[in-house]
Design a protein around this ligand. Structure first.
Ligand code: RP5
Length: 191
């Protein structure tokens, strides 16, 4: 139940856990119908070497991990407050939040509650772009274009790379491969 989930988040926040053993990036989305779009964030983080961590009890399978939850601003407002409010104490360093529709409030509300943890908002459908990027002065959110959750994953890794050298190295490798791919396509065009 939602109450069980809230209790779990609060217990994890109160526990004296090693921050290296908890997820570094939290991915949340308003509905499981957002999953196909938010998969891009999983893919980007996996590309940089993050593994998914499903709970705090089992040891993480990589040094850097992310977690994923469905949290709805409108259907489960208490869960949204609990997730965003406990993020820092649970060791989350960056949140990626996706939602769609004209009332895509999850990214914005999460950014306000989790502040100063950076929140990267992903509008799931084009029509929600204005609502996700239109935050009032003093209540910041970092946003990518509609559906670009892969870039949100890379941006989260970039934020973490400021303090974590292995992530910085993987990001540089990723960029070199990307350049190689572009160069290969260009070379093919001239064959
Ligand atoms: C938003 O409403 C969700 O983020 C989703 O993009 C949209 C539709 O949700 P469902 O009706 O498919 O669950 O809150």
């Amino acid at each position: 139940t939602v109450t069980d989930l809230i209790d779990r988040l609060e217990a994890e926040a109160a526990a004296d856990v090693d921050p290296e053993a908890t997820p570094d990036v939290g991915i949340i989305m308003g509905s499981d119908s957002d999953l196909p779009v938010m998969d891009g964030a999983h893919e980007a983080l996996a590309e940089i070497g993050f593994a998914e961590q499903t709970d705090f009890d089992s040891p993480p399978s990589a040094r850097f991990t992310y977690e994923s939850y469905v949290v709805s601003a409108h259907r489960t407002p208490e869960l949204m407050y609990a997730y965003a409010g406990t993020a820092a104490d649970r060791g989350i360093e960056v949140v990626i939040a996706g939602a769609g529709g004209k009332s895509a409030d999850l990214p914005n509300m999460t950014a306000s509650i989790a502040y100063p943890i950076p929140v990267i908002g992903v509008p799931v459908q084009e029509k929600s772009v204005d609502s996700v990027i239109g935050m009032p002065t003093g209540a910041p959110i970092v946003a990518v274009d509609a559906g670009k959750s892969f870039n949100a994953g890379l941006s989260a890794a970039q934020i973490l790379a400021r303090e974590h050298e292995p992530i910085r190295k993987r990001l540089i490798e990723y960029h070199e491969n990307l350049q190689g791919d572009v160069a290969a396509v260009s070379a093919d065009l001239h064959d």
